[in-house]
Write a protein that binds this ligand. Structure first.
Ligand code: HEM
Length: 467
């Protein structure tokens, strides 16, 4: 048996066995003491690439091997869907938007929206992203002059929230970026609290429920009135943003567009899915650059040579491959979504292992990306892993920061373009330095997080003139 046959169903005829794993008590104690991320890492070292735990009526199967990523999301994708695991997100956050829907609804919505996010489709947003990069350079000029410490995670959230709001609504007028950002945080905290321990139903007027319900009403009202304002204009006057594209999209077969409810859910979905993940990626890029001086020097060298102090352009990005390699390496070592689940619709097997119907298979980019069979010195931050040859030689599913198969992140091109532009614009002018003695603690809180933020001082750097 070769390592890659391990989870192949057709390769052997062994008796089917139960996936090994710890008791629920041990698992919950581990999560309480170490956090989910470190606890899963410790269990991986103990049990190997596949282990399971029963929590109440749910079976959680942690899967670290790329063959399982392929099996669940590609070769046997019809056996898995987004069922119970996604219920809290569906119910409390984004309704039936494309992240959480299934079946025909998902297929139709994904098909309607896919053209907005192709490499060509996202070019429409490049100038806006470049503009936001320039605005942020001006903001950081001020910060650099003040010399005061800032939370880089907050800074990156501000810029990515501005980008997604402009891409969706052509403006930040959904009352203001900060209001929307705070609303998202309130709603995310709410579902995180519900996931951690049972809570009273949302209609019971506890302080937490009241805050959540008021925030949700505000967000729904803001989006619905934006849609109504748009409808009040002649279609020829609609700006070319994601909302207009969604409102114009028609099903090829039926000629039908999206209902008002779906438009609201898809707008919410795009906002929730589209800014925090990119903000995290950019935040972790600053951490990686501050702690890897050689990589930083090479990045600066590329930026100085190609841009020489000028703002990046779409054409210039093609000459900035190392900048993109840095971003891919950030996505490998610090994937914004360290875990994401898929629920077994029917009973299945992974090689000789039993997957009961209803079990949730936890895909783990964070650990697949550190798997020693596929990554040499996995803890080392090395953007040279991302040369074309080395990428081609690797297991196709050893890297899945955007998930895999038909439910791959629809916004992956968008976020790579955005990160490429922002990193080029900011890193050529600034080299943020970490607070002396800062030691990161990585945690999974919905997304990969540095609790307490990332304290840094934004330092200016001298730009060498372009050759
Ligand atoms: C670095 C940035 C990003 C990362 C790491 C990321 C990661 C992911 C992952 C892991 C999934 C699968 C989630 C799951 O199945 O539960 C996903 C799905 C999705 N993402 Fe992203 N994402 C990013 C940026 C974006 C952006 C910018 C947008 C929109 C503009 C977006 C929109 C979506 C949507 C709509 C889905 C659902 C796709 C489907 O199920 O058909 N994402 N993303």
């Amino acid at each position: 048996m070769t390592p890659s046959d391990r989870f192949c169903n057709e390769c052997h005829n062994w008796p089917i066995v139960r996936i090994p794993g710890p008791s629920v008590f041990r698992f919950l104690r581990g999560v309480r003491e170490q956090g989910l991320l470190d606890c899963a890492g410790a269990l991986w070292r103990e049990y190997g690439d596949l282990f399971q735990v029963r929590v109440g009526w749910r079976t959680l199967i942690f899967a670290m091997h790329p063959d399982v990523v392929e099996h669940v999301q590609v070769t046997r994708k019809e056996r898995y869907a987004k069922l119970d695991s996604y219920e809290p997100i569906r119910k409390y956050l984004i309704g039936n938007g494309v992240v959480a829907s299934n079946g025909e609804l998902w297929r139709r919505q994904r098909k309607l929206m896919a053209p907005f996010y192709t490499p060509k489709g996202i070019q429409a947003y490049a100038d806006m992203m470049i503009g936001e990069g320039a605005r942020f350079v001006a903001r950081w000029d001020e910060l650099a002059r003040s010399g005061r410490e800032v939370d880089i995670a907050q800074e990156m959230t501000l810029v990515t929230a501005a980008v997604i709001l402009k891409a969706m609504f052509s403006s930040e007028t959904i009352d203001s970026i900060n209001q929307m950002k705070d609303a998202v945080e309130t709603m995310l905290d709410y579902i995180n609290a519900r996931l951690v321990r049972p809570q009273l139903p949302s209609w019971v007027p506890t302080a937490m429920n009241r805050k959540y319900n008021a925030t949700r009403r505000m967000v729904h009202h803001s989006i619905t009135s934006l849609i109504e304002q748009r409808r009040a204009l002649a279609e020829s006057e609609w700006p070319d943003d994601l909302l207009s594209r969604m409102m114009k999209a028609r099903d090829e077969e039926t000629g039908e567009g999206m209902t008002a409810l779906l438009l609201r859910d898809e707008s919410l979905t795009t906002f929730f899915a589209g800014y925090e993940t990119t903000a995290r990626t950019m935040t972790f890029a600053w951490y990686a650059l501050a702690t890897n001086p050689r990589v930083r020097a090479r990045l600066h060298d590329e930026l100085d040579r190609v841009l020489g102090g000028r703002a990046p352009t779409i054409d210039a990005l093609k000459q900035l491959p190392y900048t993109l390699q840095v971003i891919k390496e950030v996505l490998r070592l610090y994937p914004a979504a360290p875990f994401y689940p898929r629920d077994a619709v029917v009973a299945d097997t992974l090689g000789r292992y039993d997957v009961p119907a209803g079990a949730s298979v936890m895909m783990s980019p964070y650990y697949t990306h550190r798997h020693p069979e596929f990554w040499r010195d996995p803890e080392v931050f090395d953007p040279d892993r991302w040369t074309r040859e080395r990428e081609a030689a690797r297991h196709r599913y050893a890297f899945h920061p955007f998930a895999a198969g038909q439910r791959t992140c629809i916004g992956n091109n968008f976020s790579l373009l955005e990160s490429h532009i922002l990193l080029a614009a900011l890193a050529q002018r600034f080299a943020p330095a970490l607070r002396e003695g800062y030691a990161p603690r990585w945690e999974m809180r919905g997304t990969l997080t540095l609790p307490g933020g990332l304290p840094m001082i934004v330092r200016p750097r001298a730009v060498a003139a372009a050759a």
